[in-house]
Design a binder for this molecule. Structure first.
Ligand code: FAD
Ligand code: NAP
Length: 486
């Protein structure tokens, strides 16, 4: 808040009196001292000296990138932080660089034919990444179909995210750690609804658009930023769309179930185990925090699905009265908007394939990634023998969806739940304390030495770190453990 106040004070934070300049590499290198520190992030240069004392990671961390391109370092630590908004008053200008992809007529034509210009395939990608996708399009009187050939087999409906606003059409396909983008300003108007189909075994995606008028299109449209690019996901900015708050329900005394509605003409399914970023303007600055979508309930029988699932995203969010973001989120009224990013995260659904025992260790809202993992495993993994959840909370009142968990355990004999409380009342007869080797070794019983096991962990960072160490000490291998982190 102090930093935001300073940025709003009208003080000249760059020392350039509001001018934006082109910065050469030589110039950037000169600004490498604490009181004169410039850093480049994604081609934009910021004077971060005034920000030094506010940086949560400390001055020394910032100085690691002084006078240089700090993009990689920034991405390693907090790729999702909205630096453009936080540092907008510190913007010195752009790096002076030749455009990488000249947009002459010849290139545009090539792009529109779905060929990937060689210049957009990075060196790393050419050496180790998946082979480049391509796209094509065709039409009938009433429809336009865009076909993306991913050349990968493990593609499904959550691999592709489509956003159509005004005339801008954006389809991002995630292929392993890479992102392929089709991004055009459509040449003609289309109707609001479209369909997305995936032919999994050949990795083909079809997006079928409905024309507003039955005229013949000469071209699909004009290329927009990063159109037809295939680049490592970490090098792409996060894309956000505004979602409307549809409902908000109390779950515990401090945790609520938020339901957000995607805007029309959007296809977005958050993969199991992944999170998104929510973004809200707070006192004029865009603030971003990660949250993990859940299902509307643990099992569909607990609640009639009144709303179709592909338009709504549910979040279990704990409101911290002294927190920065959640009190603002809690202030939103039904009908208000919050921006939601594309999904991120390193959980891969194939980790669950052929699994026999799944152990979930969750503390507080660290329960959120477990919801979809649990649902998916019980529904889709025939080899599954047992799912056991150990759920750590302070008190009984803090347990999220306790009765749903107990009903599920009653109904599905493969599922067991154990609650562990760190600050129980005297009436509590269950387990108490913190995560410990004794609790874990008793809980994590595998059927045989060779049975396929996965242990998922999520909670406050020290909980997760201690848990990881204990699991290694109990001889579980790296492949048998997944910790959910940012
Ligand atoms: P913050 O401002 O971060 O404060 C949190 C608490 O710390 C408050 O009690 C505050 O008083 C205290 N605090 C803040 N600063 C200090 C300080 N300097 N000294 C001492 N105490 C301090 N949360 C969910 O509820 N649901 C989810 O699904 C979810 N998913 C997540 C997914 C990921 C990948 C990650 C990394 C986190 C997730 N979180 C989730 C946590 C979420 O991102 C936020 O951290 C959380 O909502 C708190 O945000 P806040 O800004 O309101 O609180
Ligand atoms: P909380 O209520 O503060 O804590 C839940 C339980 O964990 C309590 O019993 C608590 O004990 C215990 N605990 C706290 N710190 C511990 C530690 N160092 N070692 C062992 N036990 C510890 O939890 P919360 O407020 O809901 O916070 C949940 C956390 O999960 C947040 O930090 C959030 O960022 C994280 N999260 C991460 C993801 C992800 O995907 N990475 C998703 C969701 C949430 P006491 O409080 O009694 O000490």
């Amino acid at each position: 808040m102090d930093w935001i106040r300073l940025t709003k004070s009208g003080k000249d934070l760059t020392g350039l009196k509001g001018r934006l300049i082109e910065v050469t590499e030589e110039e950037l290198k000169k600004h490498n001292k604490k009181d004169d520190c410039w850093i480049c992030i994604r081609g934009f240069v910021y004077n971060v000296s005034p920000y030094m004392e506010y940086h949560p990671g400390g001055e020394d961390e910032l100085m690691r990138a002084a006078g240089s391109d700090g993009t990689d370092l920034f991405d390693q630590v907090h790729r999702w932080v909205n630096y453009e908004s936080m540092l907008k008053e510190c913007l010195v200008g752009r790096m002076a660089m030749k455009p990488a992809f000249p947009k002459d007529y010849h290139e545009e034509k090539k792009v529109l034919n779905g060929m990937l210009p060689q210049s957009q395939v990075t060196d790393t990608l050419a050496k180790e990444g998946p082979s480049s996708p391509s796209y094509d399009w065709f039409q009938t009187d009433s429809l336009v179909t865009i076909v993306i050939y991913t050349k990968q087999k493990d593609i499904n409906l959550d691999s592709v995210i489509v956003d159509h606003r005004d005339d801008s059409f954006r389809a991002e396909t995630v292929i392993k750690d890479y992102s392929y983008l089709v991004h055009v300003a459509l040449s003609h108007e289309i109707q609001e609804d479209f369909s997305v189909l995936v032919v999994e075994n050949v990795g083909k995606i079809e997006i079928v658009l409905k024309k507003k008028e039955n005229t013949s299109w000469k071209c699909l449209g004009h290329p927009q930023e990063n159109h037809n690019s295939f680049i490592p996901k970490k090098d792409t900015g996060l894309f956000y769309r505004k979602c409307q708050l549809v409902s908000k329900e109390d779950v515990t005394h401090d945790t609520k179930l938020f339901c957000l509605m995607l805007p029309p003409s959007t296809h977005l399914e958050v993969p199991v185990g992944q999170h998104v970023y929510l973004r809200l303007p707070i006192t004029g600055t865009e603030i971003v925090k990660p949250y993990t979508p859940v299902c509307d309930s643990l099992f569909s029988e607990f609640k009639e699905p009144v709303l179709p699932n592909n338009i709504y995203i549910y979040f279990l969010i704990k409101i911290y009265p002294a927190g920065f973001f959640t009190p603002e989120l809690d202030q939103l009224q039904i009908g208000d908007y919050v921006s939601v990013s594309n999904p991120e995260g390193n959980f891969i659904i194939s980790q669950l394939q052929e699994l026999e025992d799944l152990f979930l260790l969750a503390a507080g809202t660290g329960f959120t990634p477990m919801v979809k993992v649990l649902n998916y495993a019980l529904t889709n993994i025939p080899s599954l023998r047992k799912v056991k959840l150990m759920f750590f909370n302070k008190t009984e009142d803090d347990i999220i969806w306790r009765s749903q968990l107990e009903k599920l355990a009653f109904k599905d004999k493969r599922f067991e739940v154990e609650f562990v409380l760190s600050a129980p009342t005297s009436e509590w007869s269950g387990k108490q304390g913190y995560i410990s080797p004794a609790l874990l070794s008793e809980f994590l019983k595998r059927r045989s030495d060779t049975s396929k096991v996965l242990i998922c962990l999520c909670g406050p960072t020290p909980f997760t770190e201690q848990g990881m160490k204990m699991l290694h000490d109990l001889n579980f291998s790296k492949d048998e453990i997944h910790s959910f982190t940012a």
